[in-house]
Structure formats: structure tokens, C-alpha cells
Design a binder for this molecule. Sequence first.
Ligand code: ARG
Length: 277
Amino acid sequence: MKLLQHTLFVSLIAFSLTPAYHGVEIIGGRDVKPHSKPYMASIQVLNKATTSYEHVCGGALIRPNWVLTAAHCELGFAGNDVQVVLGAHFLSRDEKSKQKLQIEKKIPHEHFNKKSPENDIMLLKLASEAKINKYVKLLNLPKDKDADVKPGTHCTVAGWGETTLCSNSASDTLKEVKLTVIDRKTCNSEDYYNHKPEVTKDMICAGDRKGRKDACSGDSGGPLICKKKYRGIVSYGIGCADPKKPGIYTHLSSKYLHWIQKNLGVQTYNMTADGLY
Ligand code: ARG
């Protein structure tokens, strides 16, 4: 499936500090074994002109009716219909494993500001619950709330991000790549991001020393998994696969884990209250 203006729109509008996007795929990656990441969600926006849905962002299913993604993905929704596709491998194919769900409510972090990647986290409440099966499963949030991810840790990121240099096409298949966590001091150093933006403890910097591997446009919102635990969300980067401009991920730190709990909790409470009255 073609990744059209939406993703470019998202990337450019979300981070206008960013120079032209040279979208490549999940760079240096490979196709995942189909359905080996059953928590992966493709967030798609209806293109009214073509009447087809187009992939804009990734996400992870954390409850049968909740998907966790990046707040800047909302900028690509632009008031159009949005659907979440679960159980996909090939975006273009009519796979029996696919479940297409509408969004009932979106909850971007209240302090997300499109000028910076801070608080780049969003919850999407689905209009109905996904059926959990072989192809669609939940990704557990980390339980060790205060754990940080040490520099040098190996992580994996997956997504349907763009596939060719400076083109508008998304990957039709889900791809993954292995990355290494870079310490925040290095990431903030002059050669790297030089504090623009400031890489905080609520962010994780991850890349490849040689700049061969990275996430890219269209991979946003997807999960960063380190030692089998869900640790981050694809958020930001200047260009793609530049060794001095590694990917910046929203860190699922205690701050965001509390934020998630608070929002899921309120929802459960309301549902109970509605049921009572
Ligand atoms: N903001 C991009 C998106 O909307 C993804 C950024 C990740 N970039 C990177 N070089 N790791 O899909």
C-alpha cells in the first residue's frame, strides 16, 4: 500500500524543525515472520479522494479495546475517519487474520506540544473489543515501573514505515530491526542532538553506531522492545539512519505508566458507573 501525504504531513507538521524527510524503510531491517508480533496495530486514515484507508502510524494493543501509540500521529488524522487494523502482515492483502476497528476516543497526552517530542504518547480507545486469538494478542506494559533501559541494551522496533528513499511508499509487510540504546549524554552532545530537543529520562535514544539501522516515517507509534519488555514508542528523529541522529523513543517511564493507568482506570470506573445508573 502506498503511504501518501498523511505520513509526510505528520512528519513535517509534527516536527517542523526537521529538515526534509528522507524516508527509507525500517532501515537495515527484515520482514518479520508473519504474525509473530500479534500486538502490532496499523493506524490508518481514510483518504476521501481514493476512499481507501492509508497507513499513517504503528501502535500496540495493550488491552482488547486500547491501543498505545504516539501523540504526533493525531496530526495525520486531520479530521478524517481513522481505523485500527490488527492481525495484519501484508497491508494490501485481504488477510482473514485482520480485524478492523473504529476508534471511539483518542487521548493524546495533555502536555504534548507539536514543537517537541516530549510527551509523545497517545491512547486510542477502540469502539469494540478486539478478539484475542492466534493473530491478535496484547502486549504487556512493563511492571518494573522505575526501571531504566541501560545504554548498550539491544532492542527491536517493528513497523510498516516507508521503504524507498525520498518516495511516498510504505512497506507492505511488517519489518523489524535491532537497535542499541545510546546513553542520553551522548545523545545530547554537540555532535548528536545538541539538546535540540533535550533527550530526557522520559525518552530513549536508540540506533546503530554505523547508521545502518533505524526506524523511519510511518514507523511512529510502534513499540520498542528491549529484553522482551515493552520500553518505548517510536517518536522522533532527524532524517533516518544518520549515525549522529539516532531515533528518539518515548520512554515508558513511571511517569507515562502512571498516565496510562490513570486513563485506563478512569475508563473502567466510568463504565462501571454507567452500568449502575
Ligand atoms: N516521526 C516519524 C513518523 O511519523 C518517525 C520518526 C522516527 N525516526 C527515526 N529516524 N527513528 O513516523
